[in-house]
Write a protein that binds this ligand. Structure first.
Ligand SMILES: Nc1nc2c(ncn2[C@@H]2O[C@H](COP(=O)(O)OP(=O)(O)OP(=O)(O)O)[C@@H](O)[C@H]2O)c(=O)[nH]1
Ligand SMILES: [Mg+2]
Length: 451
């Protein structure tokens, strides 16, 4: 992405009452003034003050608007920025943007404002990524973690580790060059102890990947079971609205149905499936094949059983027949309203009893779900939760540190330097010091336009 020209975009989502057009780059002030119509022009005397006036359209006329000029380098991207705040809706902002583009600005790519902030050292790569995490956060925990990362906690930590490794590398390289001389080197045990401490720190960050990946990517939760068990009813209850058709006729749901949601703050894709049974019907059969495929891709399966069925053991046997081996399942005995006081068979899997129609037992189901996701009682929140990208790089760094340690102890300086450089390089890719352009493109292209 070129960073010398002036870019513009509508920064607000469609449909709001107010829209914001942002112009950033060396020409922002000049281009902004070509569109701005107010008794005061935008210039340094009104820097960071909101002016009331108007913005013109290409087709003639214009609309009342507010505008503000934020001179670089103390701006979001580090460049000159002009923002025009106008009426929302679909037309006005588009017409003002058109005028800005006609004046000589280029339309911004997704994430390009934040990319420029990164290039201009307003933030490191972890902070830039956190901007997207803040926008996408679907729970309080995700938001708190993203805000900590945005404030630079992760970047500072990684840089601290990397700086110490650079010091160790510098000495290692000197020992290569001055191998014969008896200089005042740091004792090997001391360096090994430092590396061990850094290894612990990197491992700890790496271990937070699970929370990070779940909170950023979400998980696939598949609702499965025999026809009529109440799967679609449960989907609707968890979503809070009637998404799926529910009838007393077995075989109502024929296709898989997928909806995003949050359960206990955990982003999920909830998948309702066609009830599994032997059928002759071609369409239902195809739906059942999809159910089975969904089962194999599920991260958590909620297997519904009808607690009011005549043969509970037959219900269980049917589940065992279709459930993939070692599947992450929570068994949900449904229709307890029709099975009050009935003894349910003991099973090894986690099981809860609910009545979807009476909305009973759902809290216990969510407790079991939460426990299955985190695998342990999730009281203490990690200080940071790294993303899949960070984790892959932390893993490389973590694995090269013991190698660096043992080769240093053996005084094999050259090999030790190779391992140290590997760790330094992968940590640098996390913060953006050493990252390749195509990786940057990949990261910023996932942002929305105008960010
Ligand atoms: N008594 C009782 N009936 C329930 C309960 N949950 C669902 N039902 C009823 O069971 C019937 C089937 O419900 P669905 O949600 O369509 O079941 P399903 O598992 O999606 O069925 P298929 O789509 O055919 O596989 C409907 O008449 C529901 O009202 C419950 O907790 N108690
Ligand atoms: Mg259904």
């Amino acid at each position: 992405m070129d960073t010398n020209d002036t870019i513009a975009a509508i920064c607000t989502g469609s449909g709001g009452a107010i829209a914001i057009i942002r112009i950033a780059g060396t020409g922002a002030l000049e281009l902004g003034n070509r569109v701005w119509q107010g008794s005061r022009k935008l210039d340094v005397t009104v820097a960071r003050q909101m002016l009331l006036g108007g913005a013109r359209f290409v087709s003639g006329g214009g609309d009342r608007a507010l505008a503000v000029y934020m001179p670089g380098p103390a701006s979001y991207t580090g460049e000159d920025i002009v923002e025009i705040h106008c009426h929302g809706g679909n037309l006005v902002a588009g017409k003002i943007l058109e005028a800005v583009l006609q004046s000589g600005a280029r339309i911004a790519e997704p994430g390009e404002f934040t990319y420029r902030a990164f290039v201009n050292n307003k933030m490191d790569l972890t902070q830039a990524e956190a901007v997207a995490d803040i926008i996408n956060a679907g729970s309080n925990m995700a938001l708190r973690l993203a805000e900590r990362q945005s404030s630079g906690v992760l970047g500072n930590k990684i840089r601290g580790i990397r700086d110490l490794l650079v010091d160790i590398l510098a000495e290692t390289e000197s020992r290569m060059d001055f191998a014969e001389e008896d200089l005042d080197w740091t004792p090997a045990e001391q360096t090994a102890a430092s590396l061990n401490e850094l290894y612990e720190q990197v491992s700890k960050l790496y271990d937070s990947r699970k929370e990070g990946i779940i909170l950023r990517n979400g998980i696939r939760v598949v609702i499965a079971g025999r026809p009529n068990a109440g799967k679609s009813s449960l989907l609707n209850l968890l979503l809070g609205y009637d998404r799926a058709i529910v009838t007393a006729i077995p075989g109502t749901t024929r296709d898989t149905l997928e909806e995003p949601a949050h359960l206990r703050g955990i982003p999920v894709r909830l998948i309702d499936t066609a009830g599994i049974r032997e059928v002759d019907d071609l369409i239902e059969g195809m739906g059942i094949d999809r159910s089975k495929k969904s089962l194999s891709q599920a991260q958590i399966i909620l297997w519904l059983l009808d607690a009011s069925a005549a043969e509970l053991d037959a219900e269980l046997a049917e589940m065992r027949r279709h459930l993939p081996e070692n599947a992450p399942v929570i068994v949900v005995w449904n229709k307890m309203d029709m099975a009050e006081g009935r003894a349910l068979p003991e099973i090894a899997e986690t099981a809860v009893s609910v009545s979807v129609v009476r909305n009973e037992g759902v809290e216990e189901l969510l407790n079991a779900f939460e426990k299955a996701v985190w695998q342990y009682p999730h009281e203490a929140e990690p200080e940071l939760a790294v993303s899949a990208r960070h984790a892959a790089l932390l893993e490389i760094a973590r694995d090269s540190l013991p190698e660096a340690m043992s080769t240093l102890v053996e005084e094999d300086w050259e090999l030790a330097a190779v391992h140290l450089r590997e760790a330094i390089d992968s940590l640098g890719q996390i913060t953006g010091e050493t990252v390749a352009p195509d990786i940057l493109d990949n990261i910023f292209s996932r942002f929305c336009i105008g960010k």
